[in-house]
Ligand binder design. Structure first.
Ligand code: MN
Length: 250
């Protein structure tokens, strides 16, 4: 059965989200964001293998829950698309997924420490981020989520959390909308920076679980203001470049 066409406005929003994440230093040449298909819970939208800062609506492809593009003539896919497919399968509440290698988060994963909410903007961290150890799932690897089995293991580590650290690799953040997944990815990175600074000074008094829940409800209810600002920043970026024939990369 043919998969319905996604809402063109959703394609535009996902392309914008790609550029916002680049502009906010969450992604660089690598990393990606997806959104669940608005017409089918069993499909999601993800750009072809292109740097997020260069993604346009025309680069976005429809994927199934096996992590494969629906179009047999699709352009080359991101290697780590199974991060997205397996999280959508495991978490019906998740509508958008961001995967990045944002730098300040890396020290936490490699020391087995979790991100914890250090200020009200990161209440979504709750009692702390989840932590994924790929060695437990697959022994020695190149750290990349190359197949559905690794994606499933990552989704199991994420469990009910909104953010999972991936040891020696990066992190993945989820949300009930593109805007919230982007917000959480940006503030996971901000929280990591602040948590590193605070820990150098002494024991940290984090938000407790109740404070985190209240703060998340307050801040995440008004992210339109931040989204509009991020969008304005993106408007200064250059448009899409011609497509290149490049080797597959994560
Ligand atoms: Mn990656």
């Amino acid at each position: 059965m043919a998969v319905p066409q996604p809402d063109p406005a959703l394609l535009d929003k996902l392309a914008l989200a790609n550029r916002i994440l680049y502009h906010q230093n969450v992604v660089d040449g690598f990393g990606h964001i997806s959104v669940r298909h608005d017409q089918s819970d069993a499909h999601f939208l993800l750009a072809c293998n292109r740097a997020p800062g260069l993604v346009s609506a025309s680069d976005i492809q429809v994927y199934d829950m096996q992590g494969e593009p629906v179009d047999p003539h699709a352009q080359r896919s991101y290697l780590e698309r199974f991060i997205h497919s397996e999280i959508y399968k495991a978490r019906p509440d998740v509508m958008a997924v961001v995967h990045s290698h944002s730098q300040s988060v890396i020290p936490f994963g490699v020391t087995g420490q979790r991100l914890r909410p250090i200020f009200h903007m990161s209440g979504f961290l709750g009692s702390g981020s989840a932590l994924f150890e790929i060695r437990d799932a697959a022994g020695d690897t190149d750290l990349l989520i190359r197949d559905a089995r690794l994606g499933k293991a990552l989704a199991e580590s994420l469990a009910h959390h909104h953010c999972v650290l991936m040891r020696g690799h990066g992190s993945t953040t989820v949300g009930p909308s593109i805007e919230l997944a982007v917000y959480r990815a940006i503030y996971a990175e901000v929280n990591a920076k602040l948590q590193l600074q605070a820990a150098a000074l002494g024991p940290v008094n984090f938000l407790n679980e109740q404070e985190a829940m209240l703060a998340a409800a307050a801040t995440e209810g008004q992210i339109v203001r931040a989204w509009d600002l991020w969008r304005a920043g993106v408007d200064s970026l250059a448009g899409p470049l011609p497509k290149h024939d490049i080797e597959e990369s994560p």
